[in-house]
Design a binder for this molecule. Structure first.
Ligand code: NAI
Ligand code: PHE
Length: 350
């Protein structure tokens, strides 16, 4: 049932484990170790079928290769998916995580994990009991904690660089930024753009969360289902993947798309639709690299917070470079960013 998916994938290795006590399928997808150990978070989620979970892991892991390469980190790309029948808590969660930790440990450092959807620094502490290749444990356990603030900082500089490219100045006052998803990353981002003078509109399936944040930043709320057709300067997806599609892109009424959500494009070719619409799409894997930069810089490279911040600020320069390549070569911004990735991979091969 997995053969088609694996045959079509260009990665290195997938470890599959069925965990009978919890009914969980574990997929550890090592896409590339060309630049260093494959790094990417562990996603815990309920999927319709195991093959949907594998498909998600395969695609997310290849995005991590590109994300880490374009961020200039000595890391390859990987991702793990724990496809659970329902999100476990308490002892059931702990014992599942420990069994999963044994799987990661059996890869001897080929794959380094950290948080992703539905996994937290506290979960990383549990993995750390049995496994040495874990980023993002709590500070109490010697890790660097949550990566969300660093991710939001990276999205913020990515938005600024996009605004500069579109409007000739990176001034945010007078601009409207629509933030879809105001969880860990989106809420911090909404505060950053507000402090920089923008008007913020927020949307979240958690209505209370959206309302409270809107009050805090003196912004507005829009219903989640009305996000796509709403007029704004910047649309920032920070909720789930797949929001940019053949169906949604023609309906967007924004000049810029820049957000942290992984795999925003429903299909890779959807990037071409932005060219037709004259919308600047800042590729998700470029803009969302702040989190992995935080982990890689502080925990792997042993850098200072100041050195980490220099790397995060460089996301702005990379976004600008991507737009310039796209303009000169008349290609989509996704393809332009992929050029930078291919260059970094080729340099390392030499
Ligand atoms: P989170 O789970 O804290 O927040 C996501 C928010 O989106 C929640 O408030 C949720 O209610 C909301 N949401 C879900 N579906 C929605 C919908 N259809 N419409 C509107 N709101 C919806 O997640 P977090 O950490 O803030 O991450 C956001 C995105 O950024 C995710 O896609 C994640 O994979 C990605 N990302 C996160 C990084 C990090 O450091 N946390 C790093 C890189 C990417
Ligand atoms: N899960 C986040 C991402 O996709 C942060 C992360 C990156 C965590 C890499 C671990 C390793 O970017």
């Amino acid at each position: 049932m997995f053969d088609e998916l694996l045959r079509a994938w260009d990665g290195e290795e997938v470890v599959v484990r069925y965990d009978a006590p919890s009914g969980t399928w574990m997929f550890v997808c090592v896409h590339s170790t060309a630049l260093g150990p494959a790094a990417g978070g562990t996603r815990m989620k309920t999927y319709g079928r195991p093959r949907d979970a594998l498909a998600d892991g395969l695609r997310l892991s290849s995005s991590m290769t590109r994300k880490n390469a374009v961020a200039g980190l000595p890391l390859g790309g990987g991702k793990a998916v724990l496809s659970v029948p329902e999100i476990p808590n308490g002892e059931a969660r702990r014992s599942l995580l420990l069994r999963y930790a044994d799987v990661v440990e059996s890869l001897h450092g080929t794959y380094w994990t950290a948080c992703d959807m539905n996994t937290s620094p506290a979960d990383m502490d549990v993995l750390g009991e049995r496994c040495s290749s874990v980023f993002g444990k709590t500070e109490a356990h010697g890790g660097s904690g949550t990566s969300a603030p660093a991710t939001a900082d990276g999205v913020f500089v990515g938005i600024r660089a996009s605004v500069k490219h579109a409007f000739g100045t990176d001034e945010l006052s007078g601009r409207t930024v629509l933030v879809q998803g105001v969880g860990a990353v989106g809420s911090i981002l909404a505060r950053l753009v507000t402090d920089a003078g923008a008007r913020v509109i927020v949307a979240d399936v958690d209505e209370i969360r959206a309302k409270e944040l809107a009050v805090e930043v003196d912004g507005d709320v829009v219903a989640p289902e009305d996000v796509i057709g709403l007029e704004c300067d910047v649309f920032s997806p920070n909720a789930t993947g797949g929001v940019l599609s053949a169906e949604s892109i023609p309906r967007l009424r924004c000049r810029i798309v820049a957000g942290a959500a992984n795999n925003q494009l429903a299909e890779p070719d959807d990037a071409e639709r932005f060219v037709e619409r004259d919308i600047l799409y800042a590729p998700d894997y470029v803009v969302s690299a702040g989190g992995i930069i935080h982990l890689g810089s502080l925990e792997m490279l042993g850098e200072t917070v100041e050195e980490r911040d220099v790397r995060i600020a460089a996301i702005g320069q990379t976004v600008t470079e991507v737009f310039q390549i796209a303009d000169v070569e008349r290609i989509s911004t996704e393809r332009a960013a992929d050029r930078i990735v291919q260059q970094r991979l080729a340099e390392s091969a030499r």
